[in-house]
Structures are given as C-alpha cells and as structure tokens.
Design a protein around this ligand. Structure first.
Ligand SMILES: Nc1ncnc2c1ncn2[C@@H]1O[C@H](COP(=O)(O)OP(=O)(O)OP(=O)(O)O)[C@@H](O)[C@H]1O
Ligand SMILES: [Mg+2]
Length: 417
C-alpha cells in the first residue's frame, strides 16, 4: 500500500491522486464518486453541520442560513490570512477554515483508498503572490503548516504546470518541447518543459524544465471583471451621488470577488451602504443592492456570473436571470462584452508567456506543443491569444480538471517511492 499522495488544492476545485505499484496514477473519488471536490465550505447557522464541495453549494442555494466560503486559496499569502470571519456567532480564523478543508480532503481520499496518507506532494502555483517573494514564501509555508496539522508528515511542493506536464508525458511516444498553460480559478501558470518517455523515468528533472512563469489571474478574476462590467452597474456602481461625485466603489469590488463577498455582510459595510443610500441621486439601484445584502445573495449573484462566463465559452450570447435582486430583472451578455471586460487580464497573461519565453531564450518556433489545462483554458479569447503566441505549436487539451492531481500522484511515487 502506498502512503503517499498528490494533492491539488485548487482555488475552485481540488483533487487527490495516488499511484499503487503496477497501476497508473489515479485520482480518488471525493464526492459521490466524482474525482473533484469543489473548494467550497458551508457552515450552517442553526446547527454545527458543515458541508463541503457540491453539497456546500447546494445547501447555500437551497436557502439554508449559514456562511459560504469559496476561493480559500486566494487568501494564502495575503494579510487576510491572519484575520477571522464570523461563523455561528464566533470568530473563525481563516487559517482554521483552510485547515478544515484540507483535513476533509485528506479524510475523503483516505476513505476512498482504504489507506492513510502520511506523505504528500502538494501542488503550488508558480507564484501565489505576484512580485512579492517574501509573501510568496509565507503562502507556501502556511500551506505546509496546515498540511502538517492535517496529518501529513512529509511534504514536498511541485509547480502545478509541471505536474500537468508529467500527466501528459505518460501519454506521448516521442520527445517534445511543451509549453504548459494551466489556467485555473486563481492563477495562470506556465512551464516550458522537455518531455519524453525516456526522460519520464529520471528522478531529477531540473535540466528538462527550461522556464516557469505565472500570474495571479484566473477564472475568479474573469468572474469579477464580468460582474463589475455588467452586474454591479445594476446595483449602483458608476452612479452619482447628489453632490455630483461618483458612488464609492469599494463594496462593489468586495461583492464581485469570491473571497471577499462575506465582507459586504458586516455591520461596517452596512453603515457605508446606508450613508451612500442617503447621498444617492437615484436610490432605485441601491434598493437592489440592499435587497441582495439582506438576502445574503452575494454568492448567488457570483454563481450566476460564473455560469454566464462558462456559457459564453460555447455561445455568443447568454441571458442571466437576476430575479433575486429584482423580480423579472434579466441581463443579456454577449461574448463581445465578456471579451472586452477581460481584455486587460488576457493581455497580462500574454505578457507573462512572452517574458517566460524570453527568459528561457527560447524562440516561439521551437515549441512543439501547447498543452492547455485548467478550467479557464476554455475561455475562447484566452486560448486564441495564447495560441497566436506560438503559431507553429500543436494545440493539445489535457484533462482540464484532473491532470494536475494525476501528475502530482506520479511525482509523489517518484519522490517518496
Ligand atoms: N467552460 C468553461 N469556460 C470558461 N471557464 C470555465 C469553464 N469551465 C470552468 N471554468 C472556470 O475554470 C475555473 C476552475 O478551473 P480549475 O478547476 O482548473 O481551477 P483550480 O485548479 O481550482 O484553480 P487554481 O489552479 O488557479 O488554484 C473556474 O473559474 C471556472 O469558472
Ligand atoms: Mg489548478
């Protein structure tokens, strides 16, 4: 029995994989037979029940009172990590929240595997935090401490795109120079790697990894951009106060970002909304905002915006039903409007790839393959722009939600035997 696993704690989805002798790497079922556990927790207000994953989202959407947490990974390395949030009338440190989730992930994987995992290779983005190496180290250290508290004794880290490369390498016949583009919920991570069946068996892969790059932009940022461009203006963003000044925008940013939605429900935020209401030139839009806050529907709205974004990967126009904000309120969004809202984010992602190629001294023509992975690699504009940077490269789609976990499982078998 192997006591080592690979653990991909994602901003949106998490997986755990293992490799038994004589078997290929495999992901473990974590929720009703499914191989991913959405990184979501719901604390019920009326009883000590805590639900995770899809069940957490369902409980929240079914209208149970409680507190929903998503995008917990986005807190790593930020000052919010030392703060608490209110859960059932008590202060719950964010660190403890993350620990709850990682322990649950480990427990579910162990029950599915019928063994105890004491060693783990944890995936990590190339940068948890952009341009701040100290904060980045703190983020990794915090995640390691939490994993240790959850019962992992030996912990190693691997870059998420390298893990995706290892998963792909198990399926190729010849040597290829591959650029991995892992566009997830929180970060876009890139690696330039030389892969081949022969190289796959080497323990030390340092010379095969030509460069890594990353930027703190992912699907949750696309959700935020779309929400700020199209939903928040319906709630008063960009409207005027009676004195002619712009409506303060802080609460709209909190409401549009998955990991700060709950801040809008605090007493402090409420008093700001009341002040703005008093000063607003037209209160109709703030009535909607107040209704949303009273109904604790911030995550509901974010879920609608995320669903619209996902729909726009496959269609040119989608309609969003916003009845919880105002009966019969509908919002129609075109692919063009979505593309416009994420234009700057996509440009930054392109620049990250260009910088990585330059730092490795690799010409675009010499890259054989682009491997797309991560849920947000389905965003058409992003896929098109990244593809254009390497026009000669073959475009391959990996296992968008499972590739990293499987690659980490392979790595765990190599590192821990
Ligand atoms: N068809 C789609 N089109 C656009 N975006 C999608 C699609 N399917 C999923 N997504 C987005 O992909 C993201 C989740 O991807 P993934 O599970 O790879 O992220 P993660 O591994 O949890 O995050 P990270 O690796 O950044 O920590 C979410 O933001 C989700 O909205
Ligand atoms: Mg990921």
């Amino acid at each position: 029995m192997s006591n080592a696993c690979g653990l991909d704690f994602g901003t949106s989805n998490s997986t755990v994989g293992w490799t038994r002798p004589g078997h290929p790497a495999a992901l473990l079922p974590l929720e009703d037979g499914k191989l991913t556990l959405p990184s979501v927790i719901f604390f019920h207000a009326e009883d000590p029940l805590v639900s995770y994953g899809r069940a957490a989202l369902e409980d929240y959407l079914a209208g149970y009172e409680g507190r929903l947490m998503r995008s917990l990974k986005s807190l790593l390395g930020t000052s919010m990590m030392e703060d608490s949030t209110e859960v059932m009338g008590q202060a719950m440190p964010f660190r403890k929240l993350l620990a709850h989730f990682i322990s649950e992930l480990k427990g579910r994987a162990e029950r599915a595997a019928g063994t105890t995992f004491t060693r783990a290779v944890l995936g990590r983005p190339v940068f948890f935090i952009d341009e701040d190496p100290q904060a980045d180290r703190v983020a990794e250290q915090t995640l390691a401490d939490i994993a240790r508290d959850a019962g992992f004794r030996d912990i190693e880290f691997q870059y998420e795109p390298i893990a995706a490369a290892f998963d792909y390498e198990a399926r190729i016949q010849q040597e290829e120079l591959v650029m991995v583009a892992d566009i997830g919920g929180g970060t876009s991570d890139f690696s330039l790697v030389r892969l081949s069946p022969e190289r796959a068996s080497r323990i030390d892969r340092r010379e095969d990894i030509l460069a890594n790059g990353g930027v703190h932009i992912g699907g949750t940022d696309f959700d935020r951009a779309l929400s700020l461009a199209r939903a928040m203006p319906l709630l008063g963003l960009g409207s005027k106060l009676r004195n002619g000044k712009e409506m303060p925008s802080g609460q709209y940013f909190d409401l549009a970002s998955w990991h700060t939605i709950n801040l809008v429900y605090t007493r402090k935020a409420w008093s700001i909304v009341m002040d703005n209401y008093r000063d607003a030139a037209d209160t109709a839009m703030l009535d909607r905002l107040i209704r949303l806050i009273r109904e604790r529907a911030g995550h509901w709205l974010a879920i609608q915006m995320e669903a619209a974004k996902i729909a726009l990967s496959g269609t040119d126009r989608t309609d969003v039903d916003l009845h919880r904000i105002e009966p019969e309120l509908m919002l129609s969004i075109t692919r063009e409007a979505f593309d416009q809202s994420i234009g700057k984010l996509v440009a930054k992602t392109e620049k990250t790839v260009q910088d990585m190629l330059a730092s490795a001294g690799v010409k675009a023509e010499s890259v054989d393959t682009i491997l797309f992975t991560g849920g947000s690699s389905s965003v058409p504009l992003l896929r098109q722009r990244l593809g254009e940077l390497l026009p000669q490269a073959r475009r391959v789609e990996g296992d968008l939600f499972g590739g990293i976990g499987s690659g980490l499982a392979l790595d765990a078998a190599r590192k821990f035997g």
